[in-house]
Ligand binder design. Sequence first.
Ligand code: SF4
Length: 486
Amino acid sequence: MTMPTYLGMPAFPEAAKEALADSQLRHNLAHATGVIRAKRAGVVAELSDWSELRAAAKAIKDHTLANLDTYLVRLEDSVQAAGGHVHWAADAAEAGEIVASLTRAAGTDRVVKVKSIATDEIGLNESLATAGITAVETDLAELIIQLGHDRSSHILVPAIHRNRAEIREIFRREMPDAPPGLTDQPTELAAAAREHLRREFLSAKVGISGANFAIADTGSLVVVESEGNGRMCLTMPETLISVVGIEKVLPSWRDLEVFLALLPRSSTAERMNPYTSIWSGVQPGDGPREFHLVLVDNGRTATLDDQIGRQALRCIRCSACLNVCPVYERVGGHAYGSPYPGPIGAILSPQLRGMGSELDRSLPYASSLCGACYDVCPVAINIPEALVYLRSKAVEAKREKKRLRPEAAVFGLAGWGLRSPRRLKAAQRVAAVSRRVVGRSGTIRRLPPPLSAWTDTRDAPAPPAESFRAWWSRTRGDQGGSGGAS
Ligand code: SF4
């Protein structure tokens, strides 16, 4: 039971074109994001100190990231003191090997999983499958995705692109113990999943989770969730393995208070999420007998090295930025080619994976730069700033690869024209003439390559019939002069 990987996916514009053609998908997304958006705005407005909480969260994350080495070592000491084991994974492959060998050591080839984007990022299910280990997703939406051989399209609601009828068909087809007369009523679908998963929970020897937060002072791990499946995975198996990105560490319990106020309101639009599980190491007679924490880098240290890009590491995966993004609302999550879709994905994936692929170079352009994501982000990540910055890095990366550089060609030509008043005047005359041919309506629909990169997705304004210089000359009797810019 493995999921498709994100390797070799097309660049964003190509994938988005395909998604845009799916009107059912657009309808599902517009409805779901619209509902969450309105509810979030309501519960956020209830807190008069929201902006102070947001500033506090930003400050805590920035302080922690600036001293990450100190807090990670403190976390390791605390987890070990509480009876747990800590493993360090430089990349996805190493993390997969560690989890596979811990699972084999526990004497099983089947694990139950709590929803975790970090494990999606490292392709854990696929690497476990290669090692002969079956990973069973227990979050309802993740189960739908897994049974449907599909990919997640939202951080919080991974099956947001599926409607009830489609889910019923997936259950009927892929779940051997689904009731014969299963309808598409949500209560029946949830009951069928519950029955199916209960058997897995009762027989699982190993549980695998991520963590929303890791507290350095006490070695405590925190998972917030809504369904209770997480609580089952975290408490019933004999061995618990938590796979956590190194940026999830917080210094102390006091810091956690701020994030537990921000996260549920920003994600599920709840004042408090139904289940918050917190555990520190192992306790005899209570929960798993073995606990392993796998701390994953996988591109985070390189991201931390970047003054502007590092703010993406503040992210607490609430998904508020997805729900307000006009681009995400129309194309959904698959077009982003990563388990991190939407605005956060557009700045995080190219940094974690690097800009070696067309896909990762295209992601910073997957935005209208409207700024709605920045407004709602509970840790004040300036996503538009990071997007613009990453666009410049994408251009550099292309240049290094010696690929066709339409932007460089256009700006080079513009620079050559602007350096000489004579050339500028000539260019303005040509532009005014070209208006009669291509821009009589005031806009230009289609331009030849490389300028077609602009008109493929939007109109260009037609050049004015008369330039400012020509107007000045005509109305003031001046000859247009040849002086530089004032
Ligand atoms: S970038 Fe901000 S709004 Fe988006 S998921 Fe992360 S924390 Fe939430």
